[in-house]
Write a protein of this length. Structure first.
Length: 386
């Protein structure tokens, strides 16, 4: 943001910039972080080509729907789309013949980083308000979205959310404000009523979900927008309050604390001023739509920081499973982003839909390594800075 003379109101709004809904809690990335990409042989990838190649291939074909018109990817995608039901050997040969693996390194902390998990939530709810239920809102009519790129090219990827108050533009309302009814969000913006406030909060963190209505039908909701307020980890808030240690903080432990302390639930949720708004997704088949604008594939899609890993890129991941500690070596596809996914060696692993996916995703805080697969002859920049 150098060379910019911003008004006080705009500077205040810049603090509220955001993209997709945040992923699970993590430590903030230092501003001096940079990436280095080191080309390696395929034999350097632990367990290459990994497990679940069929799922990885399905996810890659989804990525090609967005990449096929780009010169660097056109031929590779055409080749992939022409392959009919390839077996594991054919998939392996395709990637080895067309790509070069580059191990991603954080220049300040090495080649090992944090791998978390996320999922598509399942909630119980209703079309009508019931005692104790909370609203799942669509995008408010009074929320402004300000694109800065046309005025400040350096900020072309930044978006502001705000509201008009008299002759001023202010940041949009925080979670506490919205929950207190200060925002002008009419009843027509309520897409559904969730039976449980904690479930609704976690669906915001995941960015999508399905609501099982009273009649047994499923209403699918996807991420539409966010209020622009910064994401704050409620797990870290509990740690700061002395309610648990950092290694104890997980989705399950946070839920247990909320159930044991219902009188403090509003205080807990208000610790995160970020608020996510949803849209109804008509097609209930396939995975939720990620930032690449293709359906996510269970166990084969990851959210990444696009400053370091271009969306659509194949990425090889080496980590461990959170449930049994077994090796998790897998070819993944970078198809999503997240407000808390920051840094070069950082990924959020999409586990799928429902309670089982929620259980394993909520426990995932693994150490892992990443290799960016680039088309032959197309090298990543080195180093890369945000």
């Amino acid at each position: 943001m150098r060379h910019l003379a911003l008004t006080a109101s705009l500077a205040l709004l810049l603090a509220a910039c955001s993209s997709r809904p945040p992923a699970p809690p993590e430590q903030p990335v230092k501003p001096e972080v940079a990436a280095r990409y080191n080309p390696v042989e395929w034999s350097a990838l632990p367990g290459w080509p990994g497990d679940n190649l069929a799922g990885s291939w399905e996810a890659w074909l989804q990525s090609c729907k967005r990449l096929q018109s780009r010169p660097d990817w056109k031929d590779l995608c055409a080749q992939a789309q022409a392959m009919s039901a390839p077996d594991d050997a054919a998939i392996r040969a395709y990637f080895e013949n067309g790509f070069v693996p580059w191990q991603i390194e954080n220049t300040s902390s090495g080649n090992t980083g944090l791998i978390t998990g996320y999922y598509e939530a399942l909630l119980k709810g209703s079309r009508e308000r019931k005692p104790g239920s909370v609203p799942l809102y669509g995008v408010p009519d009074d929320m402004l979205t300000i694109e800065l790129g046309s005025v400040y090219p350096d900020l072309k990827s930044m978006r502001l959310r705000g509201r008009v108050a008299g002759n001023k533009v202010l940041p949009y309302w925080s979670r506490a404000d919205i929950d207190a009814g200060r925002a002008s969000i009419g009843p027509e913006k309520v897409l559904a009523w969730a039976d449980n406030a904690v479930d609704a909060f976690f669906m915001e963190v995941q960015g999508s979900g399905r609501v099982q209505l009273d009649d047994g039908s499923l209403l699918r909701l996807g991420y539409a927008d966010q209020n622009g307020q910064p994401y704050k980890s409620i797990g870290k808030w509990l740690v700061d309050q002395g309610e648990m240690t950092l290694d104890q903080a997980s989705m399950q432990s946070i839920r247990a604390w909320a159930e044991a302390n219902p009188q403090r639930l509003p205080e807990l949720l208000a610790a995160n001023p970020s608020y996510v708004f949803f849209r109804v997704v008509a097609d209930a088949t396939g995975g939720p739509i990620g930032a690449l604008n293709v359906p996510l594939t269970d166990g084969a899609s990851i959210a990444v920081d696009p400053k370091f890993i271009p969306l659509g890129s194949p990425v090889f991941l080496s980590a461990t499973r959170p449930d049994n500690g077994a090796a998790l070596n897998r070819l993944m596809q970078a198809q999503d982003t997240g407000g808390a996914i920051r840094g070069p060696v950082r990924a959020d692993f999409f586990w799928g839909f429902g309670p089982e996916a929620a259980s394993i995703a909520g426990k995932m805080k693994q150490k892992g390594q990443l290799w960016l697969l680039r088309p032959k002859g197309i090298n990543p920049p080195d180093p890369v800075r945000p």
